[in-house]
Design a protein around this ligand. Structure first.
Ligand SMILES: NC(=O)c1ccc[n+]([C@@H]2O[C@H](COP(=O)([O-])OP(=O)(O)OC[C@H]3O[C@@H](n4cnc5c(N)ncnc54)[C@H](OP(=O)(O)O)[C@@H]3O)[C@@H](O)[C@H]2O)c1
Length: 169
């Protein structure tokens, strides 16, 4: 829902060039899929080498490994740049925006509060079969400290899941 709310702000048209920075994280992996399959954009994902295949599998048309290449130095410009992980300097990222391009940041553009209408919109998208959550690890509630430690590394792939209830055996 965070990714959907951010991307909607840009009124993305089919085939527009949308760059997702931090494409392998929770928000990023959702943003890649929504930009590609819902907004029908030309999607460029930015992630590290270890996540290139994952991001491609989510629908990115092209992937830039941020450990080897600065996407602002490619001579390419984008209609939308979405910093989905909040680790890109806006001043730097905006260098690769088209003159009328839109820059989005997960911290500034995800809006306030979750809305039922957004949840239902997402359900409709999931029902098309074109959107799949990326789950890295699952933890039980008793492992919550370990789960937080892992999330705090800043390098999870997609999401982690906490099981708060397990059926009795
Ligand atoms: N998750 C949510 O539902 C949610 C909702 C609202 C707001 N937020 C906020 O949105 C931000 C992102 O959350 P998140 O849960 O999506 O993050 P996350 O899943 O923890 O992000 C981890 C991913 O970011 C990538 N990454 C780390 N450093 C990077 C860098 N310098 N450049 C590019 N990619 C980098 C990592 O890939 P590598 O290992 O390849 O570096 C990893 O796959 C956070 O500030 C969070 O508080 C999240």
């Amino acid at each position: 829902m965070t990714a959907l709310r951010c991307l909607r702000k840009a009124n993305i048209l089919p085939r527009q060039k949308v760059l997702i920075y931090g494409a392998s994280g929770a928000v990023g992996s959702c943003a890649v899929q929504l930009a590609k399959h819902h907004f029908e954009a030309d999607v460029i994902g930015v992630c590290s080498a270890a996540n290139v295949e994952l991001v491609k599998s989510l629908g990115a048309d092209r992937v830039v490994d941020y450990t080897r290449e600065d996407f602002t130095h490619r001579g390419e410009t984008y209609d939308v740049i979405f910093d989905a992980v909040g680790k890109l300097s806006a001043e730097h990222g905006k260098k690769a925006l088209k003159p009328d391009g839109i820059y989005l940041n997960v911290h500034k553009d995800s809006g306030n509060g979750e809305k039922l209408a957004d949840l239902l919109a997402l359900k409709d998208i999931i029902d098309t079969g074109k959107f799949k959550p990326v789950i890295d690890h699952g933890y039980s509630l008793e492992q919550i400290v370990e789960a937080h430690r892992y999330v705090d590394t800043g390098h999870k792939k997609g999401n982690v899941v906490i099981r708060v209830w397990a059926p009795p055996v």
